[in-house]
Each structure stands twice: as C-alpha cells, then as structure tokens.
Ligand binder design. Sequence first.
Ligand code: ASP
Length: 444
Amino acid sequence: MKIVVKFGGSSLASAEQFKKVGKIIKKDEARKYVIPSAPGKRTPDDTKVTDLLYSCYGQAILEEDECEENFESLLAAIKKRYEEIISGLGLTLSLDDEFRTIRENFSKKIGRDYAASRGEYLNGIIMAAYLGYEFIDAAEVILFDAAGNFDAEKTDKLLSKRLAKTERAVIPGFYGSMPGGKIKTFSRGGSDITGSIVSKAVHADLYENWTDVSGFLIADPRIVRKPKSIDVITYRELRELSYMGATVLHEDAIFPVRKEGIPINIRNTNSPEDKGTLIVEGTCRKPRFVITGIAGKKDFASITVEKAMMNSEVGFCKKVLEVFDGNDISIEHMPSGIDTMTIFVHQDEFEEKEQKVIAGIHRAVEPDFLELESDLALIAVVGRGMRATRGTSGRIFSALAHANVNVKMIDQGSSELNIIIGVRNHDFETAVNAIYDIFVNTMI
Ligand code: ASP
C-alpha cells in the first residue's frame, strides 16, 4: 500500500504544526511520499512565506538605492520563520548556505518563480531531515516545456523511474524546472498539483491532501450556519461545485489522479481523526442526502434575445455568440427557450462593452426584443443522487417560494447532475439557505 500525502501551508506554519504532521505520517507506514507547501499563516493576520518571498524578490529587482533596507528585513523575516521551525523541532540543521545562495540568485534577478519556489524547497529540506526521508528537489523531477507548460508525459516517466528506487521521500510542492534548469511554478496553491502528479507516478492507492478543514462542506459556511460535510464526492460533482466557486483543492490537481482512478482524501491536520471527504471517480455508495453540495456566485448580467421562429433559423445561436466572442466576453451560462435565448455573463466584464454588444446583436440577428438584467446570482445545486430522485426541482421551487425568493431562471444540466438557478443578488443568501434547509435539515 502506498499513500502520497500533501500538507498545505497552515499545516506547516510552525514547529507545532510540523509535529502534528510528523505524527500523522508516522501513524501509517504506507505514507511514503510527502509533498510539503511553504509555511502558511500562523494567525489570521500573519503573512505566508510565499507572499514574503514575492515581496522580497520585488525589492531585490528594484534599483539598489530604493530597496536595500526593505529587502534585508524581508529576507531576515523569512530566515527567522525557518529557524524557528528548525529549533522548535530540535533539529541541528543550518540553512545558512541555502540563504547565501538565495541572496546571490535574487541579486542576479533570477526570476519571480524561483523566488516563490524557495518556500516549498526549504520546507522540504526541513521536513526530510525531521522525518529521516530522502529529499528530492522538485526541479529534478517535475518538468515544464520551453513555453512554460507542464510536461506531463516526460515528468511521469522520469518521476516514476526515480521513485521506483526510493522507498520514502519528500518532494517539495508548487514548482519544477524548464529545459536549461530555470525554475517554474504552477499557479498559486499548486502544491496540490504536485501531490497529484506524484500519486500518479507511483501508482498510489490514495492521495491524502491534508489541510485545515475536515473536507468539503455541503454549502459555504459564510452563508449557511455550520453546514454538514460531504463524505464522498465524485470528480464530476466536484468540478461542478468548484466551477461555481467552492474551493479547497486546486482545480488542476484532479486531472493526473483522475486518469489513474486514484481517490483523493481531503483531511484535517488539526483534527486527524475526522474522515474528511473522499473524492472518487465513481461510487455506488448512496449519498447521505439527495444533493451533494450547493455553490454559487453573484454579480452576473443576463441578455435575453427574443425572436419569433428563432428555432428554425439556422445559425441563429452562433451569430449571437459571435458577438460576445468578438467583444472578448466569456459566457457563463446559456439557458434557452423556443423563441428566446438568454446569455449570462460576468457583469463587470460586460458593463463597459454593453452598448457594443447590443448593437452587434441587432446587426447580427435582428431580434424582436432584447432585454438586459443585472445584479443576478447563479446557484448550482449538485448531486449524483438527483438522478434517481423524483421532484428535486419541484422541491427547490417550493422551498424558494416559501422563502419569498423569485426564481429568475432554472436550468437542469443534461447529465441530471446539476440544477442551476438564477436569482437576484440580494436573494442569494436566502436562496442558498432555503435549498440547504429543504435537502439537509429536513432530512435529518
Ligand atoms: N505556497 C504556494 C502558495 O501559497 C503553493 C501552495 O501552497 O500550494 O500558493
């Protein structure tokens, strides 16, 4: 049995947190490959080491007379964070040489990605020393091409060969290297991706992603009071929910493990006995509730185009969509009726181009009627259980009616995995609570 474990920044923010992580790893000897993030926030108003590194590098590339003091104090603050962890763990490890190299490279203006990557790199060195595992620099095994895109094939080959010879290792998250050795990072939160890539390369049985929450919650806790957690979620459900704003895991982290059918388990370092959320390709386990999760976003505008007999006019939709394309506006959602189609777009993106779009649509399809609405929110109700349950949309409608929420739009995806509901911005929180109530609270 092989488990890859990734620990997020808050799980590694201090020596205390490192100790919890050490205990977790030692508890199951299948936890063989460890992916650390950089030290995160210790308190809500603390600064993540990655952010300190970005600022420090920002100072390093300024003209010398402008930056000196700030640069020095930032670098000292970063070094102190690591030294506190090292001494708190009782290790005899010195990072002096590493910091000398970092200082030199910063002064050569070696690159922003290199700067940010040092957070994970140094944490990896400490973690390896603490656990007695081998340290493998991600620059040697995670490869990007010359254009800076992740090279999945080359990496997989190299990494699986390298790890076949390594019983236990620490591989820092978030970065790799391009041909010629230049360091390149993934986007923010990218250690999740490294964990997934390593899981695929070693054909892990499980990818554990340890963070500071006990998995995904059915709804956003800032909207619903103490929402229940999700035990099992499929990759497709997760995709729907994260698209609508639910975030715990980096979206690109799903792809490598999904290809191999490796489940991901989101766990809580501060509450390791919680089972967390298991993300799987498919499951015959019955979901606890009809819905798996609710997520949503505010601030959309809608443009409704009406024209009699539009359904028989070949290329009608295409012509309308080309107007948005031509104005570089991305479309979020597009429900349609027999003689109408409605296009949902992000309000801030649309507002300044509004008149151009209206004129464009008039020119393209000569509609009978055009209607604009703003300050709309979209809510996605997602669940594999909805397919086998009759009356789901009926229940949503009646719950919203009871809560006095006017439904502007409802659209069921053809997979029957999601129902999208459009409401006014000011009804958003009430609507989410009403839907949560009807599917979760009334079922307990
Ligand atoms: N340390 C990086 C960040 O703050 C990457 C990560 O934590 O996954 O975004």
